[in-house]
Design a protein around this ligand. Structure first.
Ligand code: ATP
Length: 406
């Protein structure tokens, strides 16, 4: 218990200690569960706290928030509540039983006891609970989670687990790669069967997207994505998610934002598949643009790398695309000339502006309107291509444009 308290960040300690007091002095049947028990055993520092209460979790959350001066919200569908204190959040769930009416459905839930609550969980290593009363409580471990932790194994609790909730397959790979564990042979077999029975398609795009975000936020996001592809999990979500070449190029790179990971996943797709993937995952508009622009850029690689291409032409192509898609392409392209030009665009060419401004053009007697923008663009192109290099050159060019009359 002291080891756990030592790993609890300051802001959460008041909640943890209050829970312990309530458990010890008032016999409140509250337990620390899931990832925190797992991480405490592995001596990994605890980032948040999840409690399970055999009783009314929203009422306990209200009491805790009241005593510690925090806020709380209630999610009535599952009888769960979240307390917010000093920038942290603490989940308190009512111990419950779950059943799934068909593969991939949301579960039917009813309040129950701790045994049922642990039995509804994903893996043995996440199905342990620590009573909060007393100084030396014993971990409750009905599924052999402690042994699996010491053997480094990810194991589902029953053979229908992945069919009930196929998102657990992605969670299994996340823990496998994060902790350097192995998925047991039986669990892998069940994973394969769940994929071949097509249960992945029963899960909504929103749920898969949320799970995918959790992959993106992992330190080991790239190995996780590669493994998800190898196992056919991503392909089950969308049939075009099979090409790992761009993702492989990200191995060993650090601090890769989600947008770059999405970009690598779609780098070798065609635009029809890219659009249908965005729809399948119900992606927000910014990621939809990243998908579309990555694929568009992929199709324009040869124009950008052409030996005699003008810089202004490269900029015309790239100005229309999301910078995130360009930055991502730099990360995974294996074409040095393309990479060099994309980097120069991002660092130099994109910011370059002519010496004269719209106001200068107005002062020169050019009437306001779209023509001003057109002339400014032509000035920038001339500057990029080295045709002008100072204000006087620009004025001369403007004279020519006016004479040309367009
Ligand atoms: P992380 O370290 O990634 O936050 P965690 O174990 O805390 O891992 P959460 O997603 O926060 O994971 O979930 C908390 C707990 O709820 C898990 O440890 C697990 O017991 C249970 N759980 C979460 N998602 C599922 C699921 N899809 N099916 C069954 N149990 C789940």
């Amino acid at each position: 218990m002291d080891r756990i308290s030592a790993g609890v960040p300051g802001g959460l300690l008041s909640v943890f200690n209050l829970m312990r007091r309530l458990a010890s002095e008032k016999n409140v049947p509250v337990f620390l569960v899931g990832g925190q028990v797992r991480d405490a055993v592995l001596e990994i520092s605890v980032r948040d706290l999840d409690f399970v209460l055999v009783g009314d979790a929203p009422a306990l959350a209200a009491d805790i928030a009241d005593r510690l001066g925090g806020q709380f919200t209630v999610h009535s569908r599952f009888g769960t509540a979240t307390v917010y204190i000093e920038g942290y959040h603490v989940d308190i769930v009512t111990a419950r039983k779950e059943s799934y009416s068909f593969p991939g459905s949301l579960p039917e839930t009813s309040p129950s006891d701790l045994d049922d609550d642990l039995a509804r969980r994903d893996f043995s290593i996440n199905a342990m609970a620590l009573p909060l009363s007393g100084n030396n409580p014993k971990i409750i471990d009905p599924f052999g989670g402690l042994k699996d932790l010491s053997d480094g194994l990810i194991r589902v609790l029953h053979s229908d687990s992945f069919a009930d909730d196929p998102t657990r397959m992605m969670r299994a790979v996340r823990y496998e790669q994060r902790l350097g564990f192995n998925i047991t042979v039986d669990t892998l077999l069940e994973l394969g069967q769940t994929i071949s029975r097509g249960h992945i398609s029963a899960v909504s795009g929103d749920r898969w997207r949320q799970e995918l975000y959790r992959v993106f936020w992992e330190y080991e996001s790239v190995p996780i994505l590669i493994r998800l592809m190898q196992l056919g999990i991503l392909q089950g979500i969308h049939p075009a998610l099979t090409d790992a070449r761009a993702v492989n190029k990200l191995l060993g790179q650090s601090e890769i934002p989600s947008s770059h990971l999405i970009s690598a996943l779609v780098a070798n797709m065609n635009s029809v598949d890219g659009d249908s993937l965005s729809q399948r995952l119900n992606m927000p508009s910014d990621l939809t643009r990243i998908v579309r622009d990555t694929i568009t850029l992929g199709g324009l690689k040869s124009s950008i790398s052409a030996p005699d291409v003008k810089i202004s032409e490269i900029c015309r192509i790239l100005d229309a695309l999301e910078p995130g898609a360009i930055e991502a392409t730099v990360r995974f392209t294996s074409e040095p000339l393309l990479s060099e030009r994309l980097i120069r665009y991002l660092r130099e060419w994109r910011q370059l502006r002519g010496f004269l401004t719209g106001d200068d053009l107005l002062d020169m007697g050019i009437p306001s309107g779209p023509r001003i923008g057109k002339i400014l663009r032509e000035l920038r192109s001339a500057l990029l291509d080295g045709l002008v290099s100072n204000m006087a050159d620009e004025r001369t060019l403007i004279g020519e444009i006016i004479q040309r009359g367009d």
